[in-house]
Ligand binder design. Sequence first.
Ligand SMILES: NC(=O)c1ccc[n+]([C@@H]2O[C@H](COP(=O)([O-])OP(=O)(O)OC[C@H]3O[C@@H](n4cnc5c(N)ncnc54)[C@H](O)[C@@H]3O)[C@@H](O)[C@H]2O)c1
Ligand SMILES: O=C(O)[C@@H]1CCCCN1
Length: 310
Amino acid sequence: MPVDHLTESDVLKCLKWDQLIAKMESALGQLADRTAVQPVKLVTPVPGKDGVLLTMPAYSRTNNALGCKIVTSFSKNKEKNLPSVIGTVMLLDGDTGQVKAIMEGNTITAWRTAAASVASTIHLHEGKKGTLCILGAGVQAKSHAQAMQHAFNFSKVKIWNRTQSKAVKLCQELNLGNVMCVVCDSAREAAQDADVICTTTGADKPILESEWVKNGAHICAVGANRSHHSEISVPLHRRAAIVVDSMDTAKEEFADFIQQGIRPWGEVGDLINGRKSKPNAEVTIFYSLGMAIEDVLSAQLIYENYKKSS
Ligand SMILES: NC(=O)c1ccc[n+]([C@@H]2O[C@H](COP(=O)([O-])OP(=O)(O)OC[C@H]3O[C@@H](n4cnc5c(N)ncnc54)[C@H](O)[C@@H]3O)[C@@H](O)[C@H]2O)c1
Ligand SMILES: O=C(O)[C@@H]1CCCCN1
């Protein structure tokens, strides 16, 4: 069986936000109804390099989609002008296990994570989508701003980043037209009054405090610093209903918080599947731990679009 190799540009041509957001809703729903087969990701630390290798396999019974992402996260890569998260996705034949395609995975990771955050926002955030806050100005910050604007068309986007010049550059790149894009001097200024907040940094200490977040806000917590998630303060965790992509993964990757008595409310897929209704809380947090089934269903979608166009 010939193996197709899809470059970044091939992948980009085959991605459309509406299709991908619907696919991520399906992926999260399949996790919740346990039709997706997804072992918790295997974490291989790379000692002394501040790096980690993640192996992420999954199978969708619903879509007969089988695959695996291999992704690394090396926090010092920026010094070498390289992305900090580098991935490759392998799509396999669900009937035979043969390799169908190998795809550039950085773009898939950027897009599918943002699409999953949008899916969480559809199901967890009611009311007006006036102001979007993005904390961070890297790859995930950009894809989140793009996906959120595509889905909800916020009237104002506020961005804060540790290095302000990168936030300025991101505002320019987003090219939001009539929408106001404001670069903020502090995370506090960016978060105050925001309806939806996306935390997309590699911070190893909290960058978002409870007092800055208004009632009714929804937070998409995306940044994962190797083995732990630390962008959000403990009081904010305690105030919010924490909704995860996978409880099985949360037991491993959210363990530090669970030990402190902070328990996830449940999986966003149960809302998508209509098995539960929205939690009653001042603030909701979607904790995006990052799911292999998201990568595999994205890869299948991309491959179908690729085959149609070639
Ligand atoms: N949940 C998921 O599925 C998922 C998927 C991909 C990446 N991630 C995580 O999202 C985060 C961002 O990934 P990316 O690809 O956009 O990386 P990136 O390197 O492109 O961007 C990182 C951003 O974090 C900021 N930052 C780094 N350290 C910081 C600190 N100590 N305090 C404040 N800001 C800091 C940088 O200024 C930059 O804006 C990482 O933690 C990554 O592991 C999560
Ligand atoms: O789900 C993912 O793809 C990411 C990769 C980087 C670290 C966090 N999880």
